[in-house]
Design a protein around this ligand. Structure first.
Ligand code: AGP
Length: 612
């Protein structure tokens, strides 16, 4: 979703901001813009479309200056257009503002300002905020700082903002509520961004702004205050935990492919130092202080969105099976508004790659209000969800740039396996079984390579099915969420309609879709459901559907029933859902590339959904 970048220092802000915006492109956007302070005025350039188009515009206009702000917009209020792109300016032309989030009471504020004679040029909620700041500044004859803070006190909604004012050209003000901001502290220069990726090239020292915190940057340095409080807050400077190389494509044509291949290491990295191979259990440092409460919980809720919700569903199956504890899985968008029977004996787990998804964050806040223990499974260190939860386990998959989540999913599932194993071992899961599973998990890297080596074979399958307009994915048990995830991957990046179903549910509706044009992907490991899935395959075959089977062992009956087979060799049956996800990622990737789609930046999608 929208990206923010700001610069305050002695260097030319323009190339730094353009590069920063390019690093934020992965978040998803439809327009981009810059405002650069030069002397005691600023100039704004903005453009619908890609950052490259803004870059050409900026080079024509000869913009330079050492203080500036830049933005990539993902439209919420008002169509994607040059005019609606940020920065927005006020009626006097003294203020420029960039904003992530949604101002919910913008209509009421707009009416109020219009009554005072303010004329609006855009349909955006953001323009209301900059006009409000300006109105307060002029009406109350107050300072830049207090105009911004008193405007923010009138706002209902979420924001991450940076504002500049031409009356105070050597100052930048930033603030956040529900939309992340990070300050990069360099040598005599400061960077502000919506995530750390634009900063890592210049500094590894960062401060994550907390909720309702305002940041004031000027010639004397920076100061952070809580909104409505005049005292400065002393905040810890953290170190960025990833390298520049990790956020670059390297030799891969797409981030998504790079991230699929990285799973050889990321799955193992997630479990590194956590598997106790000789004892057949795990050590999970991040939840150590709350273990007793977790072990005694009456039930678990797992809440998440999208791909992370699919991981949650696998978590339900294995936690209930290994540990015998009831687990409810809820979309965060439902969790936050639903009447839930939760209390201090409930553990609420939030799963999020970004740690910034608005609904998941709100679900956690609700769980806290109800007295539940909150537990985060996040990938981004220092993210809002990781800070808001009582305890948690990082997935350590490294930065995920491709909009379609891949390595984060397998890392999330790996964490859930470890959690299920830990709780299971307290609840009847034998040491012998624990040892077998920990060893299999420990050795997953080699098995991942076996799957990745089939990329060309999967490309051949993609070539043969690339004209299909619909796809069906079917699996049972823990492989039902894998089917859902396979379908989501395909939809997101290739725009082919796809659905995931529990295999047996096919007969209750989706079977009507089956004809010779419909590819049906089956997840068919040799577990207790194998025979049943085999019957489902036969039902599809009988109706001339194209069967693509992902299995742990090719058998003659699978060979005769399947049009295409993908073998995922496992050393432990439990690891099949993790490994079987990878060919589905590759299938979606190849299909999207063959159909000429923008794999890393699919239309309409944002990497991190920071608005409701
Ligand atoms: C995954 O491919 C999607 N882009 C999306 O469903 C994503 O998983 C969802 O928005 C949740 O994001 P999070 O894990 O960062 O909370």
């Amino acid at each position: 979703m929208c990206g923010i970048v700001g610069y305050f220092g002695n260097n030319d802000a323009v190339p730094l901001l353009i590069k920063g915006l390019k690093r934020l492109e992965y978040r998803g956007y439809d327009s981009a813009g810059l405002a650069i302070m030069s002397g005691d005025s600023f100039m704004v350039n903005k453009k619908a479309g890609k950052v490259a188009e803004l870059e050409s515009l900026v080079s024509e206009s000869g913009l330079t200056g050492s203080v500036g702000i830049g933005h990539t917009r993902w439209a919420t209020h008002g169509e994607p257009s040059d005019l609606n792109a940020h920065p927005h300016t006020d009626y006097t032309g003294k203020f420029a503002l960039i904003h992530n989030g949604i101002i919910e009471n913008y209509a009421a504020l707009k009416k109020l300002l219009e009554k005072k004679g303010v004329e609006f040029r855009t349909q955006t909620d953001t323009e209301v905020l900059v006009q409000l700041i300006s109105t307060i500044y002029h009406e109350e004859d107050t300072t830049f700082q207090s105009a911004v803070t008193s405007a923010l006190e009138k706002i209902v909604g979420t924001y991450g903002i940076i504002v500049m004012c031409s009356d105070v050209p050597n100052q930048l003000i930033a603030a956040r509520l529900g939309s992340p901001l990070v300050l990069g502290v360099g040598e005599g220069e400061y960077f502000i961004a919506s995530d750390a990726s634009p900063l890592v090239e210049y500094t590894r020292n960062v401060i994550y702004l907390g909720e309702s915190e305002c940041l004031f940057i000027g010639d004397d340095g920076y100061e952070i205050k809580k909104l409505g409080n005049s005292e400065s807050i002393n905040k810890k400077v953290s170190r960025i935990d990833f390298t520049l190389e990790e956020i670059e494509k390297g030799n891969y044509p797409h981030f998504m492919l790079k991230e699929i291949y990285e799973q050889e290491h990321t799955i193992v990295d997630t479990m590194r130092g956590r598997l106790l191979l000789d004892e057949g259990t795990v050590h999970l440092g991040g939840i150590q202080d709350h273990l007793l409460r977790i072990e005694r919980a009456r039930h678990f809720y797992i809440t998440a969105c999208g791909t992370s919700w699919h991981a949650a569903l696998i978590g339900k199956y294995i936690l209930e099976e290994f540990a015998g504890i009831p687990v409810h899985v809820e979309y965060a968008s439902e969790f936050r508004y639903r009447e839930l029977i939760i209390d201090s004996q409930s553990v609420v787990i939030a799963i999020s790659q970004s740690g910034e998804t608005a609904d998941t964050l709100a679900a956690i806040q609700k769980a806290k209000e109800k007295g539940c223990l909150t537990f985060g499974i996040c990938n981004v260190v220092g993210s809002s969800i990781s800070r808001e939860t009582d305890c948690g386990i990082y997935t350590h998959a490294g930065p995920e740039i491709g909009v379609a989540s891949t390595k984060a999913f397998t890392a999330q599932v790996s964490v859930l396996y470890m959690l299920a194993l830990h709780l299971g071992r307290k609840n009847g899961f034998s040491k012998k079984d624990g040892i077998a599973l920990t060893h299999a998990l420990h050795n997953l890297g080699d098995r991942v390579i076996d799957v990745l080596n089939q990329s060309d074979h999967i490309l051949t399958i993609a070539k043969e099915t690339m004209d299909a307009n619909n796809y069906l994915y079917l699996g049972r048990g823990t492989n039902f969420p894998v089917a859902l995830e396979g379908a989501l991957k395909l939809k997101e990046i290739s725009y082919i309609h796809a659905e995931g179903y529990p295999a047996a549910e096919m007969k209750h509706g989706p079977i009507a879709l089956i004809d010779e044009k419909l590819p049906v992907v089956f997840l068919a490991p040799h577990d207790q459901t194998y025979e049943k899935v085999l019957s489902n395959i036969q039902e599809v075959k009988a109706r001339k559907g194209k069967v693509i089977t992902v299995t742990d062992k090719i058998t003659p009956e699978l060979e005769s029933l399947s049009d295409h087979l993908i073998e995922v060799p496992v050393s432990h049956p439990r690891t099949f859902p993790i490994l079987a996800t990878i060919p589905l990622q590759l299938l979606a990737y190849h299909l999207a590339v063959l159909r000429g789609c923008d794999v890393d930046m699919p239309r309409n999608l944002a990497k991190s959904v920071t608005v409701e």
